[in-house]
Structure formats: structure tokens, C-alpha cells
Design a protein around this ligand. Structure first.
Ligand code: C2E
Ligand code: CA
Ligand code: CA
Length: 242
């Protein structure tokens, strides 16, 4: 889990679930190495189910122990949307069993999925939204953006791609692009999460531009739940942005 820091309050009550494969001989394998294969073989459906179950159980714990508004976001592969029976009802039921509202979870998808007519994405996303789940557009700015879809599908968050943050400094073209994205998002009623925040300069520029949330190594790398608990869920003070 990697913390997502609320720039206004400095508190962390959101996290992104980022999967790793703990292989018996090869050690920790990053998702970029196995998710594409899982997408090809179809194993992604089962992996995605597991990720959902883990995240739902974890957010139930953090909601009762740490912050009643805690939210975990999970990455959902476009392939998971192509199944006719996509299991959304099962997800909604599982949350209800845990007495969790839909907004305990956010689903991260990429912009390109919005343009994919085959996946029947509109109906599926609207069903999620009706159940209260929130929806984030991941890697924003790298794909084909359809601004009208952002509003039509009632998207909640834009995640500015790391490539814009990496070279963010005073007088850079990235600065201009970030301002444009944040202004547009706010006018459409969306909140903005900056990904890949590694330096204090980047953080301060983002705060001065009115960016809502930040995620990146400056705050923490993705860490196991127990470690997250210890660093971000213990005292009021430790919850504050570092
Ligand atoms: P993503 O969703 O764009 O996730 C952000 C990636 O950036 C993560 O890599 C994260 O560890 C890394 N990151 C975070 N902060 C920083 C930073 O400050 N600097 C740099 N250089 N990198 C940072 P990770 O964990 O290796 O995940 C890679 C991709 O794998 C994710 O990209 C996502 O597309 C995919 N993925 C991860 N977990 C899942 C999953 O459960 N299901 C699916 N379908 N895809 C997943
Ligand atoms: Ca993501
Ligand atoms: Ca991303």
C-alpha cells in the first residue's frame, strides 16, 4: 500500500494497493513483469478478485481503527472489463457484508478504456458509480483524453502521470501542463492526485497550484499493511505529512 497524502490537511487517509508477487525462488516480482502475462492468459480475472478481497478486508480494518473515511484504490485492468459477467454485483455484495459503503474503494482505470466501445464501459462504470465506488483516471495526460467522458461518466479523480511530475520545476512546460490539468479538473468537479512526487520542490509547486493529493517516494514507497499501520495509522502526529 502506498499512501496518498491530502495536501490540505497533511493527513493520509487514502492508499493505493500495488500488487507484488512473492516468488519462492525469484523473490519479489514487480507487477510490470507479470500483469501483462496475466492479462494475456486471463489469469488477471482471478488476480483482480484477490486484490479486491484483500483491499476490501484491509480498508474495513483501517476504517474502524484509523479513519472512518479511509479509502483504498485498486488498479483494474481493461481486460477485467471485457468479461460479460464482470462480477461487479459480487463486489458490491461483498462490501455490504463488511458493512462498508461503496466509497471505501476507488477503482483506477486508464483513459484509453473510456474510448473502448467494445468493453461497454459506460454501463459498467455507471453501475459502479451507482453503488458508490469512486473512479480515478490513472496516468492522466499520457493517453487519448476524452474530456466529455470525464464529466459524462462522473469520474472522481484524475491522477497526473509521473512523467509530468518528474520534470516539474519553476518555468518548465510541465508546470504549465499541471496548472492546465488542475484547473480543468477542478472546473469539471474532479479532484487531482499527483503521482511520483519525489522532492519537496515538486510537492511545494503542486500545493501552490492547488493540487489536492500527492503520492510518491517523498512520502513513502509502497509498503506492507503492517508497516503502513505503524507509520501512518498510529498517532495523530505520524499521520501528518512528512
Ligand atoms: P501505476 O498504477 O501507475 O502505479 C504507480 C507506480 O509508480 C507503482 O509502481 C509505484 O510503486 C510507482 N511509484 C510510486 N511513487 C513513485 C515515485 O515517487 N517515483 C517513482 N519512480 N515511482 C513511483 P509498481 O508498484 O511497480 O506498479 C506498476 C504498475 O503495475 C502500476 O502502475 C499498475 O498499472 C500495475 N499494477 C499494480 N498493481 C496492480 C493490480 O493489482 N492490478 C492491476 N491490474 N495492475 C496493477
Ligand atoms: Ca494506479
Ligand atoms: Ca499511474
Amino acid at each position: 500500500y502506498q499512501p496518498i497524502v491530502d495536501f490540505k490537511s497533511g493527513y493520509t487517509y487514502k492508499a493505493e494497493a500495488l500488487i507484488r508477487w512473492n516468488h519462492p525462488t525469484l523473490g519479489l516480482i514487480p507487477p510490470d513483469r507479470f500483469i501483462p502475462v496475466a492479462e494475456e492468459t486471463g489469469a488477471i480475472t482471478e488476480i483482480g478478485e484477490w486484490v479486491f478481497q484483500q483491499a476490501a478486508n484491509q480498508v474495513a480494518k483501517w476504517r474502524s481503527k484509523h479513519n472512518s473515511e479511509f479509502q483504498i484504490s485498486i488498479n483494474k485492468s481493461p481486460v477485467q472489463f471485457t468479461n460479460r459477467e464482470d462480477g461487479h454485483d459480487a463486489w458490491i455484495n461483498h462490501l455490504q457484508e463488511l458493512h462498508l459503503p461503496g466509497d471505501s474503494l476507488a477503482i483506477e482505470i486508464t483513459e484509453n478504456l473510456l474510448l473502448d466501445v467494445k468493453s461497454n464501459i459506460n454501463d459498467k462504470l455507471l453501475k459502479f458509480r451507482n453503488a458508490g465506488f469512486q473512479v480515478s483516471i490513472d496516468d492522466f495526460g499520457t493517453g487519448y483524453s476524452s474530456l466529455s467522458y470525464l464529466q459524462k461518466l462522473d469520474i472522481d479523480y484524475l491522477k497526473i502521470d509521473q512523467s509530468f511530475i518528474r520534470n516539474l520545476q519553476e518555468d518548465s512546460s510541465e508546470l504549465v501542463l499541471c496548472i492546465a490539468i488542475i484547473t480543468m479538473a477542478h472546473n469539471l468537479g474532479l479532484r487531482v492526485i499527483a503521482e511520483g512526487v519525489e522532492t519537496e520542490t515538486q510537492r511545494d509547486l503542486l500545493i501552490s497550484m492547488g493540487c489536492d493529493y500527492g503520492q510518491g517516494y517523498l512520502f513513502s514507497k509502497p509498503i506492507p499493511a503492517e508497516e503502513f499501520d505503524a507509520s501512518f495509522c498510529l498517532t495523530e502526529k505520524s499521520k501528518k505529512m512528512k
